[in-house]
Design a protein around this ligand. Sequence first.
Ligand SMILES: Cc1cc2nc3c(=O)[nH]c(=O)nc-3n(C[C@H](O)[C@H](O)[C@H](O)COP(=O)(O)OP(=O)(O)OC[C@H]3O[C@@H](n4cnc5c(N)ncnc54)[C@H](O)[C@@H]3O)c2cc1C
Length: 564
Amino acid sequence: MNAPETHRIAERFSTHEVDNQAPLLAPYDAWRTDLPLREAIAREGGGWAEREIAAYGVIAGGELMQLGYTANENKPKFKPFDRYGNRIDEVEFHPAYHRIMQLGVAHGVSNFAWRHADQPGAHVARMAISYLHNQADQGSSCPLTMTYACVPALRHQPSLAQAWLPRVIANAYDQRFIPPDQKTGVTIGMGMTEKQGGSDVRSNSTRAYPVGGRGPGELYELVGHKWFFSAPMCDAFLVLAQTEAGVSCFLLPRFDESGSRNAIRIQRLKDKLGDWSNASSEVEFQGATARMLGEEGRGIATILEMVALTRQDCMIGSASLMRQALVQAIHHARHRKAFGKLLVEQPLMQNVLADLALESEAHAVLTARVSRAVDASARDGKNSASEAAFARIATAVGKYWVCKRAPAFVNEAQECLGGAGYVEETNLPRLYRQAPLNSIWEGSGNIQCLDVLRALTREPASRDAFFAELNTAKGGHPALDAEVVRLQAELAADNADRGTLESRSRFLVERMALSLQAAILVRAGDRRVADTFCESRLGGGHGQVFGTLGVGAPLTYLIDRAFA
Ligand SMILES: Cc1cc2nc3c(=O)[nH]c(=O)nc-3n(C[C@H](O)[C@H](O)[C@H](O)COP(=O)(O)OP(=O)(O)OC[C@H]3O[C@@H](n4cnc5c(N)ncnc54)[C@H](O)[C@@H]3O)c2cc1C
């Protein structure tokens, strides 16, 4: 080879210098950099757990972030048979998923609130831990959420609670597929949705046949199916099935009481849009044994105690993934230049980022406030009746609105990264695939709106608690004051006009959510945040998309406040 040829080859391998690209964000401290979250957690009574939360913030922005990529690149695999043809009905997860679960359980995503049940604010602190976890991986949050949420329902049956709760709230993740009494910790799932109906669970066709005695705590055989059955490697599931007295709730373990595999047949795994680190399955029960949980025929009321908490977690999940998308967008804009200036210095990009930051903060503060209400009602139901009533309505309002906002939000954040935001090497495509899930799962949008209407029209305590919360911010901003008056008048008028209420309820719930977020921000006391929110979301000064804050909005303040 002569000299000129060598030179040409060398040139081919060094065509350009990589320039004007943002450095990798991770590892970063997901708690310390999040002032709105830190303020919200302190305000709502979870500040005493700062040490534990802060420790997880470092992990969530570091090891967990990397594990999230790996676990989602390696989807779980269904193993119906072992190598000898024996039916095993197992799902194999990548080691990264198990490590995520281990970290999540050890740091309290599923159990912090119950391990610190005597301390006010434990559910608020746990909200922060879950919010941090979700930013790195959302799929694992499904079993972690269900394990957290099963506790109040499980307590309906003291014998079952005694046997299961210590392992449900243990801070040990035990991935072995063995009978639960041999494990250090267990995870719990739920099975309600069937082919013929998910929202309308009264249509469940799965039947339960008593093995001996009938009623709470007794053993039954279940025959039927579930159309969505997520995290099928959980150790037990709360499921609904029909008895002579109607829909009843059961605790269905993967191993029966003799220690054999229970007759739960996994038919296939769902081929899902997103949520790839987690498996969701279709199952059949072929005489699987389960114990009745709570009163016969009152299964929906029993499982709703679990659903109330999983709905709260849908809010946490969606608020959290929006937060992560925001962080990626701000980070990118702080390092990427176009037309001679950093993106974060361009006025129009500032408007987009500030608007996203404002939106994200509103979701975080609402979620933290709802978590405080959940906390008060879980701790001291009788003495905190108004908080319980508030939790009841605010969870439905928040689940509707926070989850609905996620897809458009993540898409806008993707756009801030330009083409890079559409490529799997960033986590934006994964966040985008995940974004619609929480609005569908655990009661889709319309179901939440109908639930709000039910609370407004049939539960005066919930309606009163909702408006009492809005009134705590009275005088804080004229646009909020005017909107509260309008809402009150409309709902009073609706007493005479129930006919159209249902079809109008989406817009009504949207306005309730925005007013609630505004009231919480007003009370939080940062005038620039609260005023900008009220003016843009309630004062008519905002367009249909992000990046439409009005003239004079404190754009750089909002961006800097959002991500230190
Ligand atoms: C990834 C994933 C995981 C899941 N995991 C589980 C799980 O582990 N366990 C489980 O039990 N379920 C699970 N689900 C199921 C989920 O909870 C249901 O899909 C959801 O509740 C909706 O039920 P459906 O699919 O039967 O839709 P439908 O009930 O048929 O509803 C379809 C649409 O109609 C609307 N609708 C229903 N009734 C009304 C009404 N009266 N007025 C106006 N609109 C109405 C709904 O809001 C929805 O938009 C999972 C779903 C997904 C996507």
